[in-house]
Design a protein around this ligand. Structure first.
Ligand code: EPZ
Length: 420
């Protein structure tokens, strides 16, 4: 199993190009199921999760060609299965996002329930309730969701009981081919949803209000192929900005503008970072200073992303002062606390959703273990600060979401090696 060996204690300095967004690319690839025509997706990140989605689509009968440089061409003209098997869905929850497109185009789908995962129970009740509102009959059988519709799905008003990114995306895709108008109220507003909607619009869908809490979709009879380029990964970008801040460094990221990073930049500035930006770059300079402790509370977009919480905790661990971190999206997203404490941090869990981080001047190397994707990246941030050589085990979690992380960190001057 691969591990990352990181000799910490030096500031990150340099320039980096941000990769395409994992959490947008996965849904856009699934959206290719909605059309008979070829969908060409550019700026797809080279990541383990993307490979799993391609494998799943291939097993449904989508003809997939992967080109050099992040291009993926998908042709879903000859689907021979509408069943997403447990083996693939269990390794990646985003696989559940094929449900909406399959059901909308073929009138049936059988998709394994994703089950819980390390960061929480993560039910899919909102996805199912919404599909039922669109006229689908849903049965749960043997760990699978069996969904059917008599003819096309029918547009309907849907009110989401909670804000869910995946739920909004599944319903958005399903509604594009439904008969009539669907409104999704209390929709998630994440930029990745806007990206998916823009791709669907390029395929001929009629969508308005994406990026707000009310999305209106007027169903069309069919969608066509399209060329679309995936948005930049705001979580990858935020992770490198935090790593630079935690190490007292200076980085300039290209391929992303500041508007996708508003909440993250606001917290970094509160920590004492000097942040500058242009239309497609963001730079952070910590001028060698130690960060000041900043409180963090995760929220649906436009609030601070839960996917940034662990990395901010790593920065707060070496900041001046004490900070309070509240996780409001997932019920079990503090597994990095114990591992950060192994590196010498002083973090107290005051409840299941709140941690108090008493900043210490420095961390020291220790063997640590990655437990989920963002928890792993927080360990990398901490290891970059820690004195000595830290080995981060189980980095397959990191490979799910960070393209060539060791190369990118080395380009910023870090002493990082992948070892087996
Ligand atoms: C997406 O997960 C992202 N994953 C997550 O990123 C991200 O943390 C999350 O959105 C929140 O921003 C992908 O895009 C592939 P949700 P998703 O549905 O869609 C509850 C990463 O590290 N809920 O918005 O699964 C759920 O349990 C990953 O890249 C229900 O109760 O998240 C959670 O508490 C991790 N019923 C909350 O809503 C439902 O039917 C938000 O989940 C659906 C969700």
């Amino acid at each position: 199993m691969d591990r990352l060996q990181i000799r910490g204690g030096r500031p990150l300095n340099g320039r980096l190009k941000v990769s395409g967004a994992k959490n947008s690319a996965l849904k856009i690839l699934a959206a290719a199921l909605l059309s008979e025509g070829p969908v060409r997706v550019g700026n797809t990140p080279h990541l383990h999760d993307v490979t799993i989605m391609i494998e799943l689509l291939g097993c449904l009968g989508v003809d997939v060609t992967v080109n050099d440089g992040g291009g993926v061409e998908l042709h879903a003209a000859a689907i021979h299965s509408t069943r997403a098997p447990y083996e693939l869905v269990k390794t990646m929850r985003a696989s559940f996002l094929v449900l909406g497109p399959l059901l909308a185009r073929f009138g049936q789908a059988e998709v394994s329930l994703p089950g819980g995962c390390a960061i929480g129970a993560r039910p899919v009740d909102q996805h199912l309730k919404g599909l039922q509102a669109l006229g689908a009959q849903i049965e749960l059988d043997g760990g699978y969701v069996r969904a059917k519709s008599n003819g096309r799905l029918r547009g309907a008003p849907i009110h989401m009981d909670i804000v869910t990114v995946g739920g909004t995306e599944n319903l958005l895709m399903a509604a594009t081919l439904a008969e009539g108008r669907t409104t999704i109220d209390n929709a998630a507003q994440e930029p990745e949803i806007v990206d998916l909607a823009n791709c669907l619009i390029a395929m001929g869908a009629r969508i308005e209000g994406h990026g707000t809490s009310r999305i209106v979709i007027d169903g069309v009879e069919q969608l066509s192929g399209c060329d679309y380029s995936v948005m930049p990964d705001r979580i990858e970008a935020g992770t490198y900005l935090i790593a630079a801040a935690a190490t007292g460094g200076s980085v300039r990221l290209s391929g992303i503008g500041p508007e996708l990073l508003d909440a993250t930049i606001e917290r970094l500035e509160a920590a004492g970072a000097k942040v500058t930006s242009g239309t497609d770059w963001v730079a952070l300079d910590m001028q060698g200073r130690r960060p000041k402790a900043v409180d963090i509370e995760t929220r649906p977009y436009p609030g601070l992303a839960t996917d940034m919480q662990a990395q901010f905790m790593a920065m707060d661990a070496i900041a001046e002062g004490t900070s309070r971190i509240r996780e409001t999206i997932f019920e079990n997203r503090f597994m990095h606390v114990q591992e950060l404490n192994r590196l010498g941090a002083n973090i107290e869990l005051v409840s299941a959703s709140t941690a108090l981080v008493h900043g210490v001047e420095t961390l020291s190397a220790a063997p640590v273990m990655a437990t989920d994707l963002r928890a792993s990246s927080s360990l990398v941030v901490a290891a970059l600060v820690a004195e000595g050589t830290t080995v981060v085990d189980r980095i397959y979690h990191i490979d799910r979401g960070y393209e060539t992380i060791e190369e990118k960190l080395r380009a910023l001057g870090a002493d990082v090696m992948r070892v087996r």
